[in-house]
Ligand binder design. Structure first.
Ligand SMILES: NC(=O)c1ccc[n+]([C@@H]2O[C@H](COP(=O)([O-])OP(=O)(O)OC[C@H]3O[C@@H](n4cnc5c(N)ncnc54)[C@H](OP(=O)(O)O)[C@@H]3O)[C@@H](O)[C@H]2O)c1
Length: 291
């Protein structure tokens, strides 16, 4: 049985969570749209994650849409007291599976209520505002209007804590002038290191950084160096990629996504994989910005 304790813990909102969590996006159908091909397997993955000690699950009502949250509810409700469910708002899905910005106060309120209903909750633990200036990477622009609308929903008691996703440091600073920010969820992994400086700054502030696509996302990471280091440590490349993130900074919380029980178990085992200094420095070379 994997011991997740070895991953350590970090504060998230008003609690502390194990740094090895789970991202539920892969549970919906292909393209994160429609039902999973094997509903029973999706429910089993969620239950196995929590049984193994995962106490931080990342989701959104725009996965499916609605379906991933409904699976979480069916598998885990009533939720364990120590489980933190983090969701995100700011987009809606088109009938063609497209991802479209939805950041007006009315759209954000609708999204919060959709999450509450589909997760079966009276209040959401953490809601990230998913910025959509550029769908694939953070881009500058004021977030005052949508973040103020979410802060109002928080004041009304529907949300405990707020975070941001796909955000720049300037946008996080702007949000902090409106309400407390407890986490930032951006694209980051061994090969995609644009947020290196940002992560360290958030660590100094005690704010959790939650990389999405920790394994490379829809196209899992491939690297000769990663494979070589993994073979030497008798681990898999995905385990080494996760262990590298755990070693990278104490404020990094992992939410690797999978629809497979075997992959879930493989990924959770990375909690106890300590990377020796020579492996860390080889891995650092994969995505370190040039210069
Ligand atoms: N804020 C945002 O904009 C945003 C964007 C994307 C994701 N997210 C969140 O971040 C979480 C993680 O991202 P992600 O799920 O997209 O990507 P990921 O964790 O980087 O990788 C998931 C992909 O890797 C595969 N995989 C997982 N474990 C594996 C293993 N041990 N061996 C081989 N392949 C493996 C999965 O396929 P199988 O299902 O076959 O295992 C899936 O294709 C999501 O679940 C979601 O909660 C947030």
């Amino acid at each position: 049985m994997t011991d997740l304790k070895q991953a350590g813990r970090f504060p998230l909102a008003d609690r502390s969570v194990t740094r090895m969590g789970y991202g539920a996006m892969q549970l919906a159908g292909p393209g994160v749209f429609g039902p999973p091909k094997d509903r029973g397997a999706a429910l089993a993955v969620l239950r196995a994650a929590v049984e193994a000690g995962v106490d931080h699950i990342d989701t959104s009502d725009f996965y499916g849409p609605h379906i991933t949250n409904q699976l979480i509810r069916e598998a885990l409700h009533p939720y364990p007291r120590d489980l933190v469910i983090v969701t995100k708002v700011g987009a809606v899905r088109g009938a063609d599976a497209s991802w479209n910005p939805a950041q007006s106060p009315a759209e954000l309120a609708r999204a919060v209520h959709d999450n509450l209903r589909n997760l079966g909750l009276d209040v959401l633990d953490v809601v990230n505002l998913r910025l959509m200036g550029d769908v694939h990477a953070p881009s500058e622009g004021s977030i005052e209007a949508p973040f103020t609308a979410l802060a109002e929903l928080q004041r009304q008691g529907f949300i405990r804590h707020l975070g941001l996703s796909n955000a720049t440091p300037a946008q996080v600073a702007q949000a902090q002038g409106i309400a407390k920010v407890v986490c930032v969820q951006n694209h980051y992994n061994l090969a995609h290191r644009a947020d290196d400086v940002f992560i360290d700054d958030l660590a100094r502030q005690g704010i959790a950084y939650v990389p999405f696509f920790p394994l490379g996302g829809f196209t899992p990471l491939q690297s000769g160096i990663l494979s070589k280091v993994a073979a030497r440590l008798e681990a898999t490349p995905m385990q080494v990629a996760l262990a590298w993130l755990l070693a990278r900074s104490p404020n990094i919380l992992l939410i690797p996504g999978t629809s497979s029980l075997a992959h879930l178990r493989e990924n959770l085992t990375a909690a106890s994989l300590a990377l020796p200094a020579d492996a860390l420095s080889e891995l650092d070379g994969i995505g370190r910005p040039a210069g």
